[in-house]
Design a protein around this ligand. Structure first.
Ligand SMILES: Nc1ncnc2c1ncn2[C@@H]1O[C@H](COP(=O)(O)OP(=O)(O)OP(=O)(O)O)[C@@H](O)[C@H]1O
Length: 268
């Protein structure tokens, strides 16, 4: 059983046919980086997989369950297995860091929103929030308003909220696009560490190729609404990337990245 299976997926917005028969599978525990030029449909695909954007044709299976055929209730349960980290953090700025992380438990709360309100949350939930904040090194900021934190810290809060949800799959859409290079590198390292230590399946879109090549184990490149590249770490070539982005790409892959020599020699 694959963790995610996308078959013949189509999606249009009016006359814009964005996804044109997309097919791929992701196995449990895989770390996939999704690449492609602006507007090729990466976010549309991510939103479709987490059930936020309805598709026109084709099927998405999450752990063998069809998102398209499932009842509303079942879709909600499937959604709860999928944690998301977005470029814009999506925190409630004027609420505390603690409260924002507590909202991660909303999908599994027997008491709905009430069970995720600070004063009413169980001791167990409160302890778990603090453990998630410890994991992202922000336990000391629990009482601060989310909007008072830096961008990098806010994205770490979003990662803690995702951990609170206890997902099995993580979709990270441009998680470092709003951050400076140093904070971006730190957040990416943290995100990849937490998904790996928990054995989670992750699909992450990134525009920074050097960082993508550093972390990805598998690369899926989208072009014209279909899968154009599907390659393992070290097997992707610069020529393929240039085809994907329709032009020259500059890749400053880290020195310790094994695929770097292949990448450079394939440029000729
Ligand atoms: N809700 C929407 N309504 C209308 N058009 C949309 C909507 N969402 C996306 N699109 C269009 O679908 C196309 C793909 O957009 P999408 O955001 O999925 O691309 P992307 O690959 O994630 O781009 P980027 O790398 O710039 O984030 C674009 O032409 C976009 O304008």
């Amino acid at each position: 059983m694959s963790e995610i299976k996308v078959s013949g997926l189509h999606k249009s917005f009016g006359k814009v046919h964005v996804l044109r028969g997309l097919d791929f599978e992701v196995q449990k525990g895989e770390g996939v980086i999704l690449l492609g030029a602006n507007g090729c449909g990466k976010s549309t695909l991510m939103r479709s997989i987490c059930g936020l954007t309805p598709t026109d044709q084709g099927e998405i299976l999450i752990q063998d369950q069809s998102l398209q055929k499932a009842s509303r209730r079942k879709v909600m349960a499937m959604r709860n297995k999928v944690g998301v980290v977005f470029q814009k953090f999506n925190l409630v700025g004027n609420l505390s860091v603690f409260q924002n992380v507590l909202y991660g438990a909303l999908g599994s709360s027997r008491w709905g929103l009430l069970g995720c309100m600070g004063p009413f949350a169980s001791q167990e939930k409160r302890e778990k929030v603090m453990a998630c904040l410890e994991r992202v090194s922000l336990a000391d900021k629990a009482d601060r308003k989310a909007e008072e934190l830096s961008g990098g810290q806010q994205q770490r809060v979003a990662i803690a909220r995702m951990l609170m949800q206890e997902p099995e799959i993580v979709l990270a859409d441009e998680p470092i696009a709003s951050l400076d290079p140093k904070s971006g590198q730190e957040v990416m390292e943290l995100l990849w560490d937490v998904v790996q230590e928990q054995g989670l399946t992750v699909i992450c879109t990134l525009h920074q190729l050097d960082i993508a090549l550093q972390y990805g184990e598998r690369f899926i490149g989208m072009k014209a609404g279909q899968v154009d590249i599907d390659a393992r770490k070290g097997a992707i070539t610069k020529a393929e990337l240039e085809g994907l982005y329709r032009g020259q790409v500059r890749v400053d892959a880290p020195e310790n990245w094994k695929g770097v020599s292949e990448l450079q020699t394939s440029a000729a």
